[in-house]
Each structure stands twice: as C-alpha cells, then as structure tokens.
Design a binder for this molecule. Sequence first.
Ligand code: AMP
Ligand code: ZN
Length: 598
Amino acid sequence: MGARATETTRELESTSIKYQIGGHAEKMWQRLKGILRCLVKQLEKGDINVVDLKKNIEYAASVLEAVYIDETRKLLDTEDELSDIQSDSVPLEVRDWLASTFTREMGIVKRRPEEKPKFRSIVHAVQAGIFVERMYRRTSSMVGLAYPAEVIVTFKIPVPNLISFAEALEVGYSKYKNPYHNLIHAADVTQTVHYIMIHTGIMHWLTELEILAMIFAAAVHDYEHTGTTNNFHIQTRSDVAILYNDRSVLENHHVSAAYRLMQEEEMNILANLTKDDWRELRSLVIEMVLSTDMSGHFQQIKTMRHTLQQTEGVDKAKAMSLILHAADISHPAKSWELHYRWTMALMEEFFRQGDKEAALGLQFSPLCDRKSTLVAQSQIGFIDFIVEPTFSLLTDSMEKIVMPLIEEASKSESPAFGTPSQNSLGAVSNAEAQRRPSFKSTSDGGTHTENSLATVDLTSFKDNLMKIIQANKERWKELAVEEELVKNVGEQEKDQSRNSTDAQLQEETTRIQNESSQGSDGTTCPPRSIVLQVVSFDTPLSDESNSEKCTNSDPNQKDLTDAQQETQNTDPLNGEPKHCKKSEDSVKATEKEALIQN
Ligand code: AMP
Ligand code: ZN
C-alpha cells in the first residue's frame, strides 16, 4: 500500500512541475481531481498510512498552487493585447510608443534602427497650431463662483477653503507652462467625468462620498505635471523619480502634492469630513489617480474585462478608476476640432521633451522627435488600440452596473427613476448606507429628476461615442495618407511633399481656428466656455505682456473652478460648438484668443 501511495506522490510531483512550466491549467485541474478522488478511495479502504497521506495532500496543495499561479499569471499577462500591436499595419514607431507607454515593459517592441523613419514631418503645422496655454480669467473672478448649494451643504466644504484650494491648483497646473497637461486639461477631465457619471446613470450607483472622490480625483489628477513623461523622469533620475522609486512617478506626485496643499488649514476643503469618510475618500482618490498611469493601461483593461465576466458585482474603486482613465483619454471621443487641438497640444509637449532629450544627449522617446514623428499614424494607433477598447469596456461596465438599477428602479418607481417615492431604490446597499451614516443613501436624494435613471440611454451614449471616435479616425487616416507619401518619396520630392503635408495640416489648423472663432452670425467669437490663451510656440509663454486678455465678459466663459457648473449645460463628448455674440477684434495672427468647448 505504501508503494502505491508513493507512486501517487511521484506522479503528483512530476505533474506539478510539468504544469508549473507548461501552464496547462485545464489538464492540471483534471489531474488534481483524479488524485484527490484516488486519495479519498484509499482513505475509504484504509489503504494508506498517515505519512503518505500527508505527503499526497501536500503535493495536491502544491499542484493547486501551481494552477493558481498559472491563472494569475494569465490575468497579469498583457501579451495578448500587445500581439495585435505587432501587426505590420502599425508603423514601427507607433508600435514602439504604444508598447513603451501603455505597458510596464519598456521597449517591448525593439526598435530596428534601419527602419526608423528619417523624414521631417509636420513641425510647421504644429508650430502654427492652436494650443492650449492658460486661462485668462484669474481666480479673482471666482468670487461669484456658483456651486450648487446642495454640494456645499452636503459636504460642508468651507467656500473660502474651496476658493483657496482651487487657486492653488490653478497655480500648480500652470507651473510648467505645459501645452497639454495644464489647468484646461484638468477642467476638461473633471467635466468629462461629471458627464459620464450623469449620462451613464452610474451616479445612482455611487454614494455622494464616491462622487466627491471622482470629481476631486479628476481635478487633481495631473497637478504640477512637469510636461515630461514618467520615463523621462526615470531616465534623468529626477528628484521625484528618486522619491517614488521609479513607480508611477508623476501620478504619485500629483496626488501627494494635492493632499499636501490641504495640510494648510485655509485650503483644507475636506476639513468637515468624518475620519472614516476622509480615509475612504483618500483611499479612492489614491487608487484612481495612480490608475491614470498609462503603463497600467492593458492590465487595467484586462482585469476589468475579467471582472465583467464574473457573476459577482463590480468593484467600485475599479469602476471609478476606469471612468477617470477613460475621461483622461476622452478627447478622441469629442468633436474633431477639440480632438485635433488636444492632439497637437500633446504633440508639442512631447516634442519639447524631445528637445530636452536631444540637449541631454539622450535617445528620443517615442513620438518626441519633432523631425520625424508620424502624428496621424500615431493617432490611428492610439484610437485603435487604446481609446476604442477603453470606451467599449467603459460602456460594457456601465451596462452591467446600471441596467439592474434601471430595472429595479422601474419596478419600484424610485426617486432615482424620476418618481419620488418612499420606497426609494438606493444606489447603495443598506449595509453601505449604514457604514456611512453621514451620507444619504443615494446621490440624487430624489430631487434631481432631470438626471434620473429614466433618462439614461446607454445605447445612444455608446453609439454616439463610437460614431465620433470612428469619424475622428477617418480624419486621421486622410492625413496619414499624406504623411505616408512624405515618408516614402526621395529627398527632393520629400521637401515638396512635406510642404504639402504641412500645408494640409496648416490648412486644417487654420480651418479649425476659423471655425472656433466664427459665430453663426458671422461675428468673430470663441465658441463658449473656457477661454484659452492660444499662442504660437515662438511666443514666450511666461510673458504676461504677450497675453491678450480676453475682454469678452460672456458669463458662459468659465475657468477651472467654474467648469463643473458648465456640465449642466454642455455636452463635452458630443460637442457642437455653440456661438456667442461678442466680436474679438484684437486677435493677432500668432496670438489668438480661443475658447474650448468643454
Ligand atoms: P495623463 O498624462 O494623465 O493626462 O494621461 C493621458 C495620457 O494619454 C497622455 O499622457 C498620453 O500618454 C496619452 N494620450 C492622450 N491623448 C493622446 C493622443 N492624442 N495621442 C497619443 N497619446 C495620447
Ligand atoms: Zn490627464
């Protein structure tokens, strides 16, 4: 009998090792089942001694562990997603950038130097483009800042603290004068998060504390961004890279520095939260902001996809992180005019990093060489591999979460569904409501029927987004044809074609500038919302005298701290610009006032 048990042990040993190496989880499960059944039989017959039994159980445990490791590894493995990127239809430079930016494996797609494109691309067009620099209206205008009374009352946020904090945020976002990662981006992402929460109905699933965490995380998520990437920080061994051990360097800084602000009493907007709420909010904010590190993108998508396939509910922090991540890369899901401008702003920021890299004798990071970067091609790759899958996952997740709420609400005719009733369906479970006694169990409190679950139309939300994303991709494809031409022609022809590409992009830039500044009545005006300083890149960005102050007193023009209020009236993911009346005569060719619809 001992011999048979030892036989089982040996079999187990070789099996577990083989499976650890080969990772055939399915076979491993079958084998494990067989072995355990065999042990049970031996036990029933009394055909085994205790020592062998112990050994066999230990081996069974090790096989189980091997299966677990194998399964976990599969979940952590982002190779599946990356294999698509290897496709020859994606230019090498773009593949290189996707792999190095959106995974933790730096340079997973090795650059073959001989294939590196060696042409000068669209520098002039970029230089002539419209770029986001800073908002005009200083925060003094925030005296009249109108937050919905309920928000202030619910969280008891001291208004003077809120103003000081928002002012400090604006200063921090303006510190490095970034074309892209500036206070407009913060306002844009904050408003987009707000939009997603309302239009998907997810707000009915979240508690008020969680909604506050979402808005707060969006507002601070790029605070004091240096305009350079995590990898640049790591390569240059910057102070923050050293401080955060090369892990999510910028993201750690954003959230840490924002919390540091609130250590000052007059900026502490969370002063009235209970200890538990403060801790819970902090934990959510940290998780959300850290999840905006793009190197975790594929992992985040994979984990969330996996969650959706399970029968259990969706983890709140994970769902909230996905919303913030989606909002952070949402400009391709907005009108072409906006998307184009954001893209060019980001490219200029990348190119400035490239300039720094050149000055430091470092290799160019992907997309950072202003002389050879394939802008249109990179955008197609970005949309195909990053944006579309993210928004598709976002809408699938929202469906899984919100559909049951809608069904339940329609049955009980709860306030969340638009008909006030005693029998309200809380977006939050009773247990959760009890856990946070200082918050009402639903975010709408039964008063805001305009944002009720009854008005949620997830299908249109999804269709609309996907349509815009597709349309934008088509525009890039048109521009990519020219880009490709330039890449392939000879040196002399290259110059001519480059002029043509540049001219085409220049034309696009001018067209967008004109569209942005022409009212439907023919008067020159910005569309609406946030006033941007648009400057040529030759213009010293720090020089206040170069900034034509916007004299337009249109109350629709808001700055970062007003942005949330805008959300009630605007549709950032759908954005047809509305027009205002005021004409702007003092606009110069290289220094214009523009508005970004937000
Ligand atoms: P964040 O840096 O937190 O704003 O995250 C957004 C990141 O998404 C950027 O830093 C870029 O890496 C990437 N991204 C956003 N828009 C684009 C775009 N149009 N093209 C390429 N990458 C983009
Ligand atoms: Zn961002």
